[in-house]
Design a binder for this molecule. Structure first.
Ligand SMILES: *Cc1c(COP(=O)(O)O)cnc(C)c1O
Length: 426
């Protein structure tokens, strides 16, 4: 009773709360499975921190060149332990996922090399990094050729065409784990492992890079456990645990990380420089919290899939599918549904709940984008957030939630807004 009144005071009607309650009651075993994975990954992170003898000295700030930044070097060793890689670059001056991917690509590709995407079109912002869309400073301007093999109709890899696409110039293969702004399925780590094994059999020396954004700690293994030479992600997504205020990581083979580091700083400088400016503590503590935070976000995604599927909207992944990232796509088929959903997510936020998001022309995207986020860290999408390009099929991509309870409120509020706009009937 008390809790119902609290939800009502926040703007959730009885009807919506009851509908959500019925859905939640059926999700017990799904949630248990998510909690078990989180427990496993929590142990993995603690083990990595103990093995690397993390101590409070590592939280001290460095400035200037950042020579001998013990906290930074140890954090990178911890990431390498967690992901079972030889080396890692974990930096506040990797300013986003796109930047980390751009550094990994341009650090490891040379003029005349070919870059292959065997899993269809990459994430929107990478189109300009690669030069799929004309852009100043793209890899294309530096003479790197791009080749793409689209997925088959059922969302699986087109192995025949991939075999034909790998040639003597193929230097690096980029595989995006998460669907991003697309309605294809997200790949499991096992599927990525099969693809990497297939490509390495044709050409063992090719570098396989995985865009791991939104995938960290969703499963018990990561792409680096199944043959990826580099995995790349953002610290304002899963591995920052909501506490990292900025940052990105590249983890993988020592030679790949070293080449990336010369691109990030300068040839000759590499990993040796880069002050951590007092951010180390939030990087360590965020990584420590990340498995639990990811579990909360996953529960939110599963909850949303079950709610909106029940109401007849196409959802990816569907209500029962296994999860390989924290993103949930819901297709509304019209801009009004997308906007009402995003306004509900915004209205449930701890920060900026009083503003109503509107679509705008965001740099790096080819259609107006609406973004809902009432976040402690700007643009952080491990915090409850939703975004959607305003173009067919009018799908909204929703992710995050630092706690399950907040994710639940956000989804209930999205439903409340759709109900009030007359776009659903309960
Ligand atoms: C978020 C994301 C990126 C990078 O995005 P940033 O906003 O630059 O951090 C790249 N690939 C995928 C699949 C993503 O989800």
């Amino acid at each position: 009773m008390e809790i119902e009144r609290m939800y009502e005071e926040l703007g959730i009607s009885r009807k919506v709360l009851e509908f959500g309650g019925q859905i939640e009651a059926d999700l017990k075993s799904r949630f248990e499975e998510i909690d078990k994975n989180a427990e496993y990954n929590q142990m993995k992170v603690i083990k990595a921190m103990q093995e690397n003898r993390v101590s409070d000295i590592h939280f001290a700030a460095t400035t200037g060149y950042g020579y001998n930044d013990l906290g930074r070097d140890t954090l990178e060793a911890v990431y390498a332990s967690v992901f079972h890689t030889e080396s890692a670059l974990v930096r506040p001056n990797l300013i986003s996922g796109t930047h980390a991917l751009s550094v990994a690509l341009s650090g490891n590709l040379r003029p005349g090399d070919e870059l292959l995407s065997p899993a269809g079109k990459p994430y929107d912002t990478l189109e300009e990094v690669i030069g799929i869309r004309e852009s100043t400073g793209s890899l294309k301007e530096y003479g790197v050729v791009y080749r793409q093999v689209d997925l088959l109709g059922d969302g699986t890899f087109d192995y025949d065409s991939i075999a034909k696409a790998v040639n003597e110039k193929t230097r690096l293969v980029t595989i995006q784990r998460s669907k991003g702004y697309d309605t294809r399925p997200t790949f499991s780590v096992a599927q990525i492992g099969e693809l990497i094994a297939f490509i390495k059999k044709i050409k063992p020396e090719v570098i396989c890079m995985v865009d791991n954004c939104y995938g960290e700690f969703v499963e018990r293994i990561e792409p680096s456990d199944v043959g990826a030479d580099m995995i790349v992600g953002s610290l304002i997504k899963n591995p920052g645990g909501g506490l990292a205020p900025i940052g990105g990581y590249i983890a993988g083979k020592a030679e790949c990380i070293e080449r990336s580091s010369y691109r990030l700083s300068a040839p000759g400088l590499g990993k040796e420089v880069g002050a951590s400016l007092g951010l180390n503590q939030s990087f360590y503590q965020g990584l420590f919290l990340s498995p639990t935070v990811v579990a909360g976000a996953l529960k939110g995604a599963v909850f949303a899939a079950n709610i909106y599927e029940k109401l007849g909207f196409p959802v990816v992944p569907d209500a029962n599918q296994s999860r390989h990232d924290i993103i949930q796509a819901v297709t509304f088929g019209n801009p009004e549904g997308v906007i009402a959903f995003c306004q509900g997510i915004q209205a449930a936020a701890p920060v900026d709940s009083f503003v109503a998001p509107e679509p705008w022309d965001m740099p790096g995207y080819d259609a107006p984008v609406i973004m809902a986020a009432g976040a402690f860290v700007q643009g952080s999408s491990i915090e409850l957030s939703a975004d959607a390009p305003i173009k067919p099929p009018y799908a909204v991509y929703f992710q995050g939630g630092l706690t399950w309870y907040h994710a639940k409120l956000g989804i209930l509020m999205s439903l409340q807004k759709l109900l009030e706009a007359g776009l659903v009937v309960l």
